[in-house]
Write a protein that binds this ligand. Structure first.
Ligand SMILES: Cc1ncc(COP(=O)(O)O)c(C=O)c1O
Length: 391
């Protein structure tokens, strides 16, 4: 059975395709004017001082964790309801990882679950990564306060939530990517994210030191800043660079940046489209007692549309429902298998995480991407109801 409606789908316009083609005719294939323009436009649109573009969201996480010196004595506390990369990148620094519980209805870490996890943590925690699951912003002001009480760095895994809105509870209004309450925010610009580079990512930060370290480490630690050289044979030696610590090749090429830059121009429109789709789903699914639409949040940017399903009451397993939907051409996915369920992380210090367990037990992501029209949504909602009522 072909899947007519995958749970997510990249949306490329003619302008995007042209932008990539044009990038191939320039002097550079990597690290050229497209990269520069993309970084500058990210700063303008997100309102952060620095944007460091790299070749995946995982690379962005790894760069920030390295910039914050995570390591065996400096661990990470994060949400278990996320993609593997959020925690794996800390393990790449040999840092221990512990998990905080989340709110059972949104899957997001809250100031309360964070404070509780910090009290219980048996690893040396140096940094916290909050994940804005599915495009819903966490309570960043509250998380900042809780992190500050323990002197911790606060990072946002904002892969799902570019420009999501949130309030600080004191009349302040902010958007994700500005880093108003965090040390840095990372984004994935993977093919099915709001903004696609094919593969790609970025670190946004207002911290000059974090930005400089990320830039250095994404290119093998090659330092071309003459003012910082210690062993240069001549001052300002034109061929010279110095490497003082191990870095990586996390560079993004011009084709990826041209696509990202072009997609960035359409980001706000795509968010509006996603908000419209979520509103239609909310209406189509309201009142059906076996499932609940996601809790309302006008600031959501809807990378995912995760419904909460009472599989027990429906008398069907999640696998049965997913297969029935696939037979109707509707793709679905589960975001996410909590990380502490993975064999690799089973040993990670994890007290009871009832919010994460409850969220996982019920969640199912149904198709969400700007190309969906009202008739498509009616078809998907109809298939979903049939799959649960056995019809
Ligand atoms: C929440 C989250 N964090 C990190 C990543 C990693 O990004 P990438 O696949 O670009 O390495 C993803 C990508 O799926 C993600 O969804």
């Amino acid at each position: 059975m072909t899947i007519r409606y995958p749970y997510a789908r990249p949306g490329l316009s003619e302008a995007d395709i042209q932008a990539v083609a044009n990038s191939l005719t320039g002097q550079f294939l990597t690290q050229g004017p497209q990269l520069e323009a993309f970084e500058s436009e990210l700063c303008t649109i997100f309102g952060a001082r620095h944007a460091v573009v790299c070749n995946s969201g995982t690379a962005a996480l790894h760069l920030v964790y390295m910039a914050l010196d995570l390591g065996p004595e400096r661990g990470l506390l994060t949400s278990p309801v996320t993609f593997l990369a959020t925690a794996n990148a800390a393990r790449m620094c040999q840092a221990p990882v512990a998990f905080s519980d989340v709110d059972a209805s949104t899957g997001n870490m809250t100031p309360e679950t964070l404070a509780d996890a910090l009290e219980r943590a048996s690893i040396p925690v140096a940094a916290v990564t909050a994940v804005h699951l599915g495009g819903r912003a966490c309570d960043m002001a509250g998380l900042r306060k809780a992190a500050n009480e323990h002197g911790l760095a606060l990072i946002e895994d904002a892969s799902h939530a570019p420009l999501a809105d949130y309030h600080d509870g004191e009349g302040g209004h902010f958007s994700i990517g500005s880093c108003a309450h965090s040390d840095a925010a990372i984004f994935s610009f993977h093919a099915i994210k709001h903004l696609a580079m094919g593969e790609g990512g970025a670190v946004l930060t207002n911290d000059d030191r974090i930005a400089a370290r990320c830039r250095l480490l994404l290119n093998h630690g090659m330092n071309r800043n003459a003012a910082e050289w210690r062993f240069a044979p001549e001052p300002d030696a034109p061929w010279y660079y110095e490497m003082s610590e191990l870095g990586w090749n996390y560079r993004a090429c011009e084709m990826q940046c041209a696509l990202g830059l072009s997609q960035l121009g359409a980001l706000k429109k795509s968010i509006e489209k996603r908000r419209g789709i979520a509103g239609i789903y909310d209406r189509l699914l309201a009142g059906f007692n076996l499932l609940s639409p996601p809790p309302p949040d006008p600031g959501q940017v809807w990378h995912l549309y995760p419904v909460s399903i009472d599989f027990e009451a429906a008398g069907r397993t999640r696998g049965e429902v997913m297969r029935a939907l696939a037979d109707d051409g509707v793709g679905t996915q589960v975001h996410y298998i909590p990380l502490h369920h993975q064999p690799y992380y089973r040993r990670a210090e994890a007290g009871p995480l009832p919010g994460a367990e409850q969220y996982y037990r019920h969640t199912l992501s149904i198709p969400m991407y700007p190309g969906l029209g009202e008739a498509d949504l009616e078809e998907i909602a109809g298939a979903l109801k049939r799959s649960l009522s056995g019809g």
